[in-house]
Design a protein around this ligand. Structure first.
Ligand SMILES: O=C(O)CCC(=O)C(=O)O
Length: 279
């Protein structure tokens, strides 16, 4: 059954862990019918991707790191998830938000044998969005063992540092100008011993909730058979404001008509929680 509410209440400790670490494992929130519906949308999208698709594995190499955005605008299951799924309620609870707007979705599939890592980054500098209530639900559509899970640098959302976006495919010619307000991101692989890195084993129905400023990266998927299809969705609380960025943003969503300082509330970034009923 497609439950609108999470399958269980999120407890205060989970909210406190998120506030402290910027990323937390939330077990057993999604019923498997949501996972199945999203998996159907993902397969449809892989067969007929959208205009922002990126293939991050060089042709001829093993595996495939497939990235696409805005499935919710093209596939009914993904749209249903945005408006009628439990994501809005989860994001509101985790961020202490009174209302939630849906920002975008981001599909990241690593087929078996994929060597490409997801480079260290945090998400908010990619977005033309200021404010503290910027959160993601990383929802795997396959069981994820820890050795292919995203890793999060605990507490990095509280550093007050903003790192310049780096694009997933090396040598991306689109990234010509960086916002001078942002620092170059350090090599967190070289600093692994200096930080607490969080990652988990996830079963179907589990997700990770993380903050837009939490630094994270992910290994490839060198398993022989196990796919790693992750559907990441981005949720904004009421303090989020449209902001200017210098250089490229991602995803490059245009045509919303917002001006700097506006609330992120329009048809492209729809209000999804609290749920309103009526005419
Ligand atoms: O799934 C991945 O490999 C990385 C996920 C990620 O970077 C994100 O959701 O922001």
């Amino acid at each position: 059954m497609l439950h609108r509410e999470p399958l269980r209440a999120i407890d205060d400790q989970e909210v406190a862990d998120f506030a402290r670490d910027g990323a937390v494992l939330l077990k057993g929130l999604f019923d498997l019918d949501w996972i199945e519906l999203l998996a159907e949308a993902v397969e449809a999208d892989k067969a007929a991707p959208g205009p922002m698709v990126r293939y991050n594995t060089p042709p001829g190499d093993a595996g495939e790191f497939f990235v696409d955005f805005q499935l919710w605008q093209r596939w009914e299951g993904a749209r249903h998830f945005a408006f009628e799924g439990p994501g809005g309620a989860i994001a509101a609870r985790m961020m202490g938000a009174a209302s939630i707007n849906y920002y975008h979705d981001h599909l990241l599939v690593k087929e078996p044998g994929t060597a490409e890592k997801t480079p260290w980054h945090h998400d908010q500098p990619y977005y033309p969005v200021d404010g503290g209530m910027v959160g993601s639900i990383w929802l795997p559509l396959d069981p994820v063992p820890r050795n292919v899970c995203v890793e999060y640098v605990a507490g990095s959302h509280r550093w007050g540092r903003w790192f310049a976006p780096q694009f997933f495919k090396s040598g991306n010619p689109d990234l010509q100008v960086q916002d001078p307000r942002f620092e170059t991101i350090p090599d967190f692989d070289a600093q692994r011993e200096q930080h607490e890195l969080l990652s988990w084993d996830l079963a179907l129905g589990d997700c990770i909730f993380f903050h837009g400023l939490t630094v994270h990266g992910a290994p490839g998927n060198l398993s022989v058979q196990g796919r790693r299809r992750a559907y990441a969705t981005r949720w904004l609380g009421e303090d989020a404001r449209y902001a200017t960025r210098i250089g490229q943003i991602s995803p490059p969503i245009e045509g919303h008509g917002l001006k700097p300082g506006d609330a992120m509330d329009c048809e492209m970034f729809p209000r999804v929680w609290p749920v309103t009923t009526g005419p």
